[in-house]
Design a binder for this molecule. Structure first.
Ligand code: URA
Ligand code: CA
Length: 434
């Protein structure tokens, strides 16, 4: 078999066999197939696409290219959740205690990642004492005893995807649906999930801006799940404005606590209940979506989810007192209110802009080596559709470097679109694909 022939075949629009895909991925992982051939192949896939079987085969080849997590010592159905990335996405912090309090084990491995804010791991680390570097034994022990654990990624997971994703990034081949779908799913499968709930974002602040493309991506991932025997459900949700109110690491922990107290922003609560209900459904804890949704609502209202968050924090060395006193979380030196210069209605909040601003304040990292500042970020006071009076607070900047204030204020103001007219209502959850 030669890489040349496989590239040629795909260029001509033919379907590749499982053997050919394995040959390519295994050879690339071992360094035997060079970047230039993989780039040519990725470009051929970009133009010619791949069918469901090819995509599933690529997913498995990448999932099996390195270490695979064995979650079998944990009893029950292990359901993982993945978001295609948004701005101010606090869901994992809420879902881990919420879903585990309802009796579904949550064994989550999470990356630090790059982006507007840190990853879930960085957010959790803003809790004083919280440890994310448990051994595999401690990880499994915690899930078996209290139902939940979240750790930073260890081992050599999906090296093929790491190499290929980096290559796609510099060869204009990222935005191919089969390549994105297989990249995401390979990581979830290598992470040991029996079932997967996907939050596919759509809109200005998302990877996929158009609903139609988001739907195609969601369908491709659900299809992979079917082909490889991991039940997968995708929820398509709005990312035309940041999720919830907080964008920043400790700020999002505070927001998660508020949400677990039942006093969170409605969009964040709705998303957590929706994703969580689907996790319960896959795990067999609920016979349908509504039963799962109601069970989670009860878990929230009764305070069980909040109690579980305390247990989770303690089990990983953190101080559970943050739940009653969020002042124990890192706080920024300066909290600067942005007042509205006019009255009207919020017609839009540019999610991407707010995310990039949070990153410039130090909430996220652009390269793996950078440190993040857990305290900084942005807390919105107004969301899409709300009325605002002149002089009323639109948002609060949390920052440690006073020199950034003027620029940050300008950027934040320009993220808000304020008009006289009340905008049309917009759905928040578009579709559920299973
Ligand atoms: N996220 C991933 O993990 N992979 C892609 O290819 C795109 C987004
Ligand atoms: Ca948020």
């Amino acid at each position: 078999m030669r890489a040349y022939d496989i590239i040629y075949k795909k260029r001509e629009g033919e379907r590749l066999s499982a053997k050919e895909i394995r040959f390519l991925i295994d050879g690339y992982t071992r360094g035997e197939i060079p970047d230039y051939q993989m780039s040519a192949w990725a470009m051929a896939v970009f133009f010619q696409g791949m069918d469901a079987m090819e995509t599933a085969e690529l997913t498995l080849a990448m999932a099996e290219s390195g270490d695979q997590v064995d979650l079998s010592p944990i009893s029950g159905v292990k359901v993982d959740k993945h978001s295609t990335g948004g701005v101010g996405d606090t869901t994992t912090l809420v879902l881990a205690p919420l879903v585990s309090a309802a009796g579904v084990p949550v064994a989550k491995m999470s990356g630090r990642g790059l982006g507007h804010t840190g990853g879930t791991i960085d957010k959790l680390e803003s809790i004083p004492g919280f440890k994310v570097d448990l051994t595999m034994e401690e990880f499994i022990h915690n899930v078996n005893s209290i139902g939940v654990a979240v750790i930073g990624q260890t081992g050599n997971l999906t090296p093929a995807d790491k190499k290929l994703y980096a290559l796609r990034d510099v060869t204009a081949t990222v935005d191919s649906i089969p390549l994105i779908a297989s990249s995401i799913m390979s990581k979830k499968i290598a992470g040991g999930a029996d079932g997967i709930v996907l939050d596919v974002k759509t809109g200005e602040g998302a990877f996929m801006k158009k609903l139609e493309d988001s739907r195609k991506l969601a369908e491709a991932m659900v299809e992979i799940g079917r082909e490889v025997g991991r039940k997968t459900i995708a929820v398509i949700t709005d990312m035309n404005q940041p999720l919830g109110l907080a964008v920043g690491n400790a700020l999002e922990v505070r927001e998660a606590i508020t949400t677990l107290k039942g006093e969170g922003p409605p969009d964040l609560e709705e998303l957590c209940l929706t994703l969580g209900a689907n996790m319960l459904l896959i795990a067999g804890k609920a016979k349908d979506f509504t039963e799962g949704y109601n069970l989670l609502q009860e878990t929230l209202v009764s305070g069980k989810a909040l109690e579980q968050f305390g247990r989770f924090i303690s089990a990983q060395g953190g101080d559970p007192a943050v739940i009653d006193d969020t002042g124990l979380l890192p706080e920024a030196k300066y909290q600067i209110e942005l007042k509205s210069d006019r009255s009207g209605y919020i017609n839009g909040i540019k999610a991407r802009e707010v995310g990039l601003l949070a990153m410039s304040l130090g909430a996220g990292r652009a390269t793996k080596e950078e440190d993040i500042d857990p305290a900084v970020g942005i807390v919105l006071n107004k969301k899409y559709g709300e009325e605002v009076a002149r002089g009323e607070t639109l948002a609060v900047l949390h920052l440690n470097d006073h020199e950034l204030v003027e620029e940050a204020r300008k950027r934040l103001r320009s993220s808000f679109e304020i008009k006289e007219k009340k905008p049309e209502e917009r759905p928040f959850i578009y579709e559920i694909i299973s």
